[in-house]
Design a protein around this ligand. Structure first.
Ligand SMILES: CC(C)(COP(=O)(O)OP(=O)(O)OC[C@H]1O[C@@H](n2cnc3c(N)ncnc32)[C@H](O)[C@@H]1OP(=O)(O)O)[C@@H](O)C(=O)NCCC(=O)NCCS
Length: 189
């Protein structure tokens, strides 16, 4: 297993988590707007535990959700990366791409930019055949990022998230996919 410690995009460094990131990360995970499409905002303890799990994923697989740092001012702004899907579904085993940014950095194209760097890593460094993404039906911002990086909706693949209770409003999820060939076509324009 080779650790992919960092990736780079025009405006961002995607890097390993530093202890200093926790204050800012806990703040963004406590923001109800950021966490609107998750069951609940996270406490500081839950955010710290999540960073621990994210570090564990890197240790085990060499890739994960990288911490995002802006090149222009060095600010930590959130995370984007690749994760082994941790539950069973018709589309698993699979590697998913995901993102979560602090609100003041939304709308600048940074999530899509970071996601492009992660897809390049998925196909040209990790040699994956396919990457999936999913989110709750109403999370249109996240679906826009999926579309922006060339992912295609798999309408047959829509599913109820198994970690949420049966009647939970966030349970219905959409599924997007991109395979190596589609990525190459998108990159070639
Ligand atoms: C999803 C998220 C990362 C998008 O960040 P962002 O900085 O707005 O993303 P980008 O600037 O790269 O924008 C991508 C596209 O989304 C669009 N968009 C942003 N917010 C939107 C919204 N609320 N509704 C619809 N579209 C939206 C942008 O206009 C852009 O579209 P374009 O490419 O056609 O211009 C950010 O909203 C976030 O962190 N949300 C909370 C965490 C989350 O829900 N994560 C996903 C869980 S699966």
């Amino acid at each position: 297993m080779t650790l992919i410690a960092t990736l780079e995009s025009p405006r961002l460094i995607l890097r390993q988590w530093q202890d200093d990131d926790l204050v800012e990360f806990a703040a963004l995970c406590a923001d109800p707007q950021v966490m609107r499409y998750f069951p609940a905002p996270l406490t500081r303890l839950e955010a710290a535990a999540l960073v621990g799990r994210l570090r564990g994923h890197f240790n085990e697989y060499g890739f994960g959700l990288w911490a995002l740092e802006r090149k222009d001012n060095g600010a930590f702004i959130g995370m984007t990366g690749l994760l082994n899907v941790s539950f069973e579904a018709p589309f698993t085993p699979a590697v998913e791409i995901g993102w979560r940014l602090a609100r003041r950095h939304w709308g600048l194209g940074l999530a899509s930019e970071a996601a492009w760097a992660c897809l390049r890593c998925a196909f040209s460094q990790l040699h994956l055949d396919q990457v999936v993404a999913f989110t709750t039906q109403n999370n249109l911002a996240s679906q826009k990022v999926m579309q922006a990086i060339g992912m295609q909706p798999d309408t047959e693949g829509a599913f109820d998230h198994p970690r949420l209770p049966p009647d939970h409003p966030l349970r219905p999820h959409v599924l997007y996919r991109i395979d190596r060939e589609q990525w190459l076509q998108t990159v070639r324009g």
